[in-house]
Design a binder for this molecule. Structure first.
Ligand code: NA7
Length: 547
């Protein structure tokens, strides 16, 4: 059932070994691995098909900001070699085709109940099992619960008054209509200039009569310099693949590259390299020189370089000035990768409204009213982001030991040991949860590492006749403190970013991803030491604390 129509099915009941929530790249691979382990698994997915992020984010211009050859599963060489990406940065439809190809090739669909949202999960202490219920009346009991719910899967509608009064159509980039949207002849407002706004604005501008962009914070964006992939590109990729995979599977990288070396170079040398990286394009720009993310002087130089490029590209001086980011160090909010973003402002049918000067007062029946002017439009696109990393988990709000809700456990911000497990929530695993590299890494690589770690862990538990694993509260506290200490050594905390939870009113300000070195090694060491920092137990038997 993948055509958007709804369908009836009898509710699922009884026992399975594992429930996997979400059928994006994390959920799909987890299902595959657990089935391989011989487990009876059930996946649940709110959408009517696989793909996760790439299923929902169908807005025009949606692309991954990691080159496609690297944004591919690496766990099956035949899969990798058989799939041919058409471009350096594939667009959303191609990535979604890839997800579907994987689902078909590995026969994953029978494991997934689509159009089904998990609404509650509760740990049953007497049985060491999770009870999982869904909006279709399913009620399953599972030993293991794996939340593959994604980091950017709860779209955020901004609290602007009057939204419901608007007479035209409204869209959110993160929940785009499957049939697409024809903006021909329309006056369109786009609110938000993060990645989604920056990718979609040039595409919408090509079609619409007029686009008015409402920008609150200017973001840094680097051109993608997207190109079709040639046979030579692919050959080169495979030549370098052993080194690449050794790097990926190595201990893990940090952002601590040598600032001293950078400052030892001359300004001309630095500039030349920024030019080279700008020419190559993409988020790799931040790696042109060490220290960009840790040293404010180096960061300012890189930021000035981008501001200069914006000034050279955008013809109208006032628009160019407004587009130059000036309130956060470059890279501390997700750097954007664009195709023709700044150039788009040279089009006669595009207007930028600087909300720093004239904030939005309200949405009215006819459009958007700022303190400066009313803008009549036919459609509004909200490119206003997500309740990132925790939103989807907290919407399900698992109930752990003693019925304690995750919302209570995370009242001061998310706490997870290695970003993989939460104290008080035994047998529940997070794929790319807060406290793991997740959104600051190549998500596919991080997904693979987590899935394989969880598979090994469940395999170990079964081999040893164990039925319960729970993160130790102290190990978790220590890890959370370490994640914070590492972040504090960088410039990241200086930005009011979604990494910090700052885009959601009332959300605790905690830097959520882990950016330190050694993450993979730490996870491997924990496992090798018999799951150090976890308590392992047999059903209703003595707990033996490991480490
Ligand atoms: P982002 O990066 O969270 O961007 C959301 C944008 O929406 C950002 O420019 C916000 O401005 C803006 N925004 C949010 N609320 C409002 C209101 N009320 N008024 C005006 N503007 C607003 O989300 P994206 O979907 O673009 O990207 C998310 C990630 O997906 C991205 O980082 C990639 O990893 C892929 P603000 O900065 O809050 O001033």
């Amino acid at each position: 059932m993948a055509d958007g129509s709804s369908f009836e099915r009898a509710p699922l009941a009884g026992e399975v070994d594992a429930v996997v929530v979400g059928a994006g790249f994390g959920g799909m691979y987890m299902l595959h691995r657990l089935r391989e382990l011989g487990l009876k698994v059930q996946g649940f997915e709110a959408g009517d098909n696989v793909g996760g992020t790439w299923y929902w984010n169908r807005y025009p211009g949606a692309r991954c900001d990691v080159p496609s050859l690297f944004y591919s599963y690496t766990w099956d060489e035949d899969l990798q070699k058989d799939w041919r990406w058409s471009e350096k940065y594939a667009a959303q439809p191609e990535i979604l085709r890839y997800a579907n190809h994987v689902a078909d090739r590995f026969d994953l669909r029978p494991l997934i109940a689509f159009q089904t949202r998990v609404i509650s999960t509760a740990f049953d202490e007497a049985a060491d099992r999770w009870t999982v219920t869904t909006d279709r009346g399913d009620e399953l009991s599972a030993r293991w619960l794996i939340m593959a719910t994604g980091c950017l899967s709860t779209p955020r509608a901004p609290p602007i008054s009057g939204v419901e009064s608007f007479a035209g159509a409204t869209y959110h980039t993160g929940a785009w209509p499957h049939e697409g949207v024809d903006f021909s002849g329309k006056r369109v407002a786009v609110i938000g200039t993060g990645s989604s706004g920056i990718q979609s604005i040039p595409q919408i501008a090509r079609q619409a009569a007029h686009v008015t962009v409402f920008q609150r914070t200017a973001n840094f964006s680097v051109p993608a310099n997207n190109t079709p992939l040639s046979d030579a590109d692919i050959e080169e990729f495979w030549k370098a693949f052993p080194q690449y995979i050794a790097m990926v599977k190595g201990p893990g990288m940090g952002f601590g590259a040598s600032a001293a070396q950078t400052m030892a170079a001359t300004p001309e040398e630095r500039r030349q390299r920024y030019e080279e990286y700008w020419g190559v394009g993409g988020a790799g720009f931040l790696a042109a020189w060490g220290g960009v993310i840790t040293d404010i002087d180096i960061n300012n130089e890189a930021a000035d370089f981008v501001r200069e490029k914006i000034g050279e590209t955008v013809k109208d001086a006032k628009t160019a000035a407004a587009l130059k980011p000036n309130d956060h160090p470059i890279g501390t909010k997700r750097i954007c990768v664009d195709i023709d973003y700044y150039e788009t402002y040279n089009r006669p049918n595009v207007t930028l409204v600087n909300l720093k000067e004239t904030p939005i007062e309200a949405i009215t029946p006819t459009g958007v009213r700022t303190t400066g002017q009313a803008y009549d439009v036919d459609a509004i696109v909200f490119a206003t982001g997500f309740d990132a990393m925790t939103g989807t988990l907290l919407a399900i709000d698992p109930k752990g030991v003693g019925g304690r809700p995750l919302k209570a456990a995370w009242a001061e911000g998310p706490k997870a040991y290695l970003g993989l497990a939460v104290a008080g929530f035994p047998n529940m695993f997070l794929i790319t949860g807060p406290g793991s590299p997740s959104v600051l890494s190549n998500m596919i690589n991080s997904i693979e590492q987590h899935v394989e770690w969880i598979q090994d862990c469940i395999g170990y538990m079964r081999e040893h006749g164990l039925t319960r694993i729970e993160a130790d509260p102290q190990a978790q506290e220590d890890w959370v403190a370490h994640v914070r200490r590492v972040a504090d050594k960088t410039l990241f905390p200086r930005a009011a970013s979604w990494y910090m939870g700052a885009n959601i009113p009332g959300k605790p300000r905690v830097f959520m991803p882990y950016i330190g070195p050694g993450y993979r090694k730490k996870c491997a060491d924990v496992a090798a030491a018999g799951y150090e920092g976890f308590a392992l137990a047999k059903e209703q038997a003595d707990v033996h604390a490991a480490g």
